[in-house]
Design a binder for this molecule. Sequence first.
Ligand SMILES: C[S@@+](CC[C@H](N)C(=O)[O-])C[C@H]1O[C@@H](n2cnc3c(N)ncnc32)[C@H](O)[C@@H]1O
Length: 261
Amino acid sequence: MTEPPYSYLPKVYDEVVDLTFYSDMIHYLQKVFDKFEIKGSHILDLACGTGKFALEFARKGYKVTAIDISPCALEVARDNAIEQKLEQNIEFINRSMLDLESRDRFDVVLCLYNSLNYIRDEKQLKKTFRNIWKALIWGGYLLFDINTITGLDYIVGKTSFCKAISSGFVIADGFWDEELKQADLEINFLVHQDDDLYRLVQEVHQEKGFYINRLKRILSTSKFQDIQDFECFTFNPAFKAPRAFFIARKPTPDQLPLKLV
Ligand SMILES: C[S@@+](CC[C@H](N)C(=O)[O-])C[C@H]1O[C@@H](n2cnc3c(N)ncnc32)[C@H](O)[C@@H]1O
């Protein structure tokens, strides 16, 4: 039976995923914060997964709210926070980003490691951006990376590997749907039981590709300003990069466009 994505993967995440992404992104985020003079003390880590970024910011002294749809990912994140004695600084919430609402207002919202690709239509993406806009303070920043159509087609869609992990084996196979502009990654876990028996856990991860200009347009109609896209980990334009990084700012009230009555 196919399980929802991140039903099992978080348990073996560090053995399956490319962890250099995290050191690269933490280094890059520091540069982004410096370059755009991003300040603040309260961060929302949207689609936090196993909490790597949430923990990193908590360690730096930020107050962090971390949201994810996957109970399994949150359990791993919470355990990691307890192990690193950071649980006091992080509030974990099990919720879909589509239903984001918060009484708190955040200085920065992060949505990292292509989490927004999991939103599979523009209407829902717009709703998510509007929710994020509302959750930010005036002048606050949304920072996210996203797999581009090029990245999904040439990397995720062509993924194919089999790997031995501590609990058994993982077999991944990607497929690119040109019409839907969507990459489907089927991940099969063979989880070792007793003797020679393995339990099969199958997750299908579907990631939707959006054109960069379209993303900018949706951000802009969601009332974000100073929208910039970069080739991820650089400050070059995203253009044909496999992964794009976006910065968008919620304006201050005086910067809102005047409404004609
Ligand atoms: C590739 S992982 C990245 C996790 C984390 N941001 C990181 O960098 O380690 C994608 C995450 O998005 C989460 N996710 C997918 N759809 C979501 C939704 N609608 N609302 C909240 N989280 C979602 C998954 O559960 C998963 O933890």
